[in-house]
Design a protein around this ligand. Structure first.
Ligand code: PLP
Ligand code: COI
Length: 331
């Protein structure tokens, strides 16, 4: 199973009108009907999230860090003047849509999971550039496998200098569709050149590593977990979890700008995110500067990345105790 769209039985919806959210609605339609002047279509009033549900050995379904996704959605909504979705309403809708589609949560042994995609769009009609007065929030789900080829195996990545994804004071730290539209050309170029995904440098100085396509970047060196600090990257919930697990394992944590040249000093590196989990990095090439930074000399994932990956997955699937309170077990 790859990371693709598979139709399921139901999605859940909630409409914002007259300054308030309505009741949760259940739908079996894959379509939405909207006004042609909706702000999401013209002015990009669109926010989304990505999280996963996992079936454990005990057959129970677990949701990972749901309230953190709810809170990040709120910050995205603030950024593009959309109404906040209350954390409890978000959580009730996630639980409802997962329960309704229980038969699509992949079995424990498959290593697959149920991807949960919440999205909010401005549906109110506008012709001038203003926020909408009406919104639609939807959550649909789809069973998925690994996002990058081979799952937990190393892949090659490429720095693309030709296109920026987000500006320092732009919207890179929020999960809005426009960031991904801005990245489509870089992503296509990376794929056309035979790489798994593109890397972005900071847009101002083109000196520091920002992030990788749809994932954050981390590296390991001298018993330290190092990850970029930047105003134009998405605050990844997976990365935050890995920082905690690395700390639990006795590693030091550094969040700071990472100059490109430092890539040659790393013992291990990975792309991390809900979809990517950890995708270990074999090499990062700088396409325009014709440089190559080989990170995994033997082509295999490094020992610390492997330990972090196993620990994260064990928590998500319920194989070990959830000591940080990240998991919601569905009844
Ligand atoms: N960075 C970008 C641009 C993303 O789209 C994602 C995916 O959500 C991530 C990072 C990883 O974030 P998270 O771990 O919260 O899924
Ligand atoms: C996620 O990891 O949840 C993402 O949103 C990646 C996605 C853009 C495919």
């Amino acid at each position: 199973m790859s990371f693709g769209y598979i139709p399921t039985d139901y999605n859940v919806r909630c409409y914002y009108k007259n300054g308030k959210w309505g009741e949760i609605e259940i739908s079996s339609s894959e379509s939405i009907n909207m006004h042609m002047a909706a702000t999401c279509l013209h002015y990009g009033q669109e926010a989304f999230e990505g999280m996963k549900a996992f079936r454990g050995k005990d057959d129970k379904v677990r949701l990972f860090r749901m309230s953190d996704n709810a809170k990040r959605l709120q910050s995205t909504c603030d950024a593009i003047l959309m109404p906040q979705m209350p954390v409890d309403l978000f959580s009730d809708m996630v639980k409802k849509v997962v329960k309704l589609n229980d038969r699509f949560v992949p079995p424990y042994d498959s290593g697959a999971s149920l991807y949960i995609r919440p999205l909010m769009i401005g549906t109110g009609a506008r012709i001038g550039v203003h926020p909408a007065d009406e919104y639609l929030f939807i959550i649909f789900v789809s069973p998925v496998g690994p996002y990058f080829p081979g799952g937990f195996s190393t892949n090659p990545y490429v720095i693309i200098r030709e296109y920026d994804r987000a500006a320092p004071l732009g919207t890179g730290a929020f999960k809005i569709g426009g960031n991904y539209a801005a990245g489509l050309r870089a992503n296509k170029l990376a794929h056309d050149l035979g790489y798994s995904s593109e890397f972005y440098l900071d847009a101002k100085e083109k000196k520091y590593i920002d992030e990788c396509g749809a994932a954050n970047f981390f590296a390991i060196k001298d018993n330290t977990y190092i990850t970029p600090k930047s105003s134009s990257i998405l605050p990844s919930i997976t990365n935050r979890s890995l920082m905690q697990l690395a700390e639990d394992m006795g590693l030091k944590i550094e969040r700071r700008p990472i100059p490109e040249e430092e890539l040659s000093t790393f013992e291990e590196a990975g792309a991390c995110g809900t979809a990517a989990v950890i995708s270990p990095i074999r090499c990062i090439d700088d396409y325009e500067l014709k440089k190559s930074y080989v990170i995994s000399k033997d082509g295999k994932p490094g020992p610390i990345s492997t330990k972090l990956y196993n620990e994260l997955r064990s928590i998500q699937y319920g194989d070990v105790a959830d000591k940080h309170g990240w998991v919601t077990v569905l009844d």
